[in-house]
Design a protein around this ligand. Structure first.
Ligand SMILES: *Cc1c(COP(=O)(O)O)cnc(C)c1O
Length: 347
């Protein structure tokens, strides 16, 4: 399976990829302007960016591995999982549906057979089926907290149960949206569970998607297999400089997260008014059930220069769209377009 890259678009309001709709912190641009010719000519020194990241996440030295966007971390985790001892003739990756679309291509590229856990009613976390699916063949489990595309949290204690049940696997907890949820596995359970690795990205809340910057975080023993399969210089110098600057500007992050929270509330209000079911999200997007013609509605809204994502073909998501909750002003414009599109369909 190949990741389906959404089409290029010019000038439209992009609410389909959960990007930061405000752009990165101005401090990032200032830092990039300080880059001189010699710095571009050298292989990057990651020291300052790694230290900034360790400080920001509150972990010991050695617990952060920078990656060229979390997507690279997902790939590397799958490769490392494939290499885990003891070898198995038909190693498996377990994925909880609906899931981020990169998981299947990453697992398959590493030669893992994908085992999918079907959605439960209301997208309740499928702990029992997941535990039943774990076998001696399990080498990788991708979990997402909060989930993309539902925005829902994994209930307390579930991740630990899964990690304890799968000692031969890497349990990759994808926390791409942790800046919005305020919840993370980084802290207590990680130092005891050497098979647990947390994935973070600076693409979403920090607005560095175009530079590609992410991290995998865990005990150095847990990261060793991942480090073995990563290129030594996979993060470019601009991303490293930008990350250091972005992590120093806490005020900008706080402002953006507050905008996103308010935008979620506006989306909920709009859905309630229109009678559209939605799921309360802990991330910077909301999944909304718009009905059987979700794809046509997405096209109609894009004709109004607002891009939202058709998620209706994802497991459990029939009739659903996902829209980013970014800057409040953008959300207001998007909801106006969505309401107009819905009204024109019902005529
Ligand atoms: C966006 C996203 C990523 C990828 O992040 P990059 O750093 O841009 O590669 C990973 N996981 C989830 C769940 C995401 O939504």
């Amino acid at each position: 399976m190949t990741y389906q890259r959404p089409g290029e678009t010019k000038g439209a309001l992009r609410l389909h990829l959960n990007e930061n709709t405000a752009g990165c912190s101005p401090a990032v641009i200032e830092a990039l302007r300080t880059i001189e010719r010699d710095l571009i000519a050298l292989y990057p020194d990651y020291g300052p960016a790694i230290e900034a990241c360790e400080r920001w996440l509150g972990v010991e030295p050695g617990w952060v591995q920078l990656v060229n966007g979390l997507d690279e971390g997902l790939h590397a985790s799958a490769q490392a999982a494939r290499n885990r001892e003891p070898p198995h003739p038909r190693p498996e990756a377990v994925i909880v549906e609906p899931a981020f679309e990169m998981y299947v291509p990453c697992a398959e590229a590493a030669g893992l057979t994908v085992v999918r856990i079907s959605p439960q009613p209301g997208f309740a976390f499928p702990l029992a089926p997941l535990l039943r699916a774990i076998s001696p063949a399990t080498r990788l489990i991708y979990l997402t907290d909060p989930n993309n595309p539902t925005g829902l949290a994994i209930p307390p204690g579930a991740i630990e149960r899964v990690a304890d049940a799968a000692p031969d696997a890497i349990v990759l907890v994808d926390e791409a949206y942790a800046d919005f949820s305020g919840r993370t596995q980084i802290g207590s359970p990680l130092d005891r569970r050497r098979n647990l690795v947390v994935g973070r990205t600076f693409a979403k809340a920090h607005g560095l998607a175009g530079l590609r910057a992410g991290a995998v975080v865990g005990h150095p023993d847990a990261l060793a297999g991942i480090r073995r399969v990563l290129p030594p210089f996979s993060i470019n110098v601009c991303a490293a400089v930008a990350l250091d600057a972005a992590l120093r500007d806490r005020a900008y992050l706080d402002w953006y997260v507050a905008e996103s929270v308010e935008s979620r509330r506006l989306i909920y209000d709009c859905c309630s008014r229109l009678g559209l079911p939605y799921w309360k999200s802990e991330a910077n997007f909301v999944l909304v059930r718009v009905g059987p013609d979700a794809a046509a509605l997405v096209r109609d809204v894009s004709g109004r220069d607002v891009l939202i994502r058709d998620r209706s073909t994802q497991p459990g998501c029939d009739g659903c769209i996902r829209m980013t909750a970014g800057v409040v002003e953008h959300t207001r414009a998007a909801l106006t377009a969505l309401e107009a599109a819905l009204a024109s369909r019902h005529r």
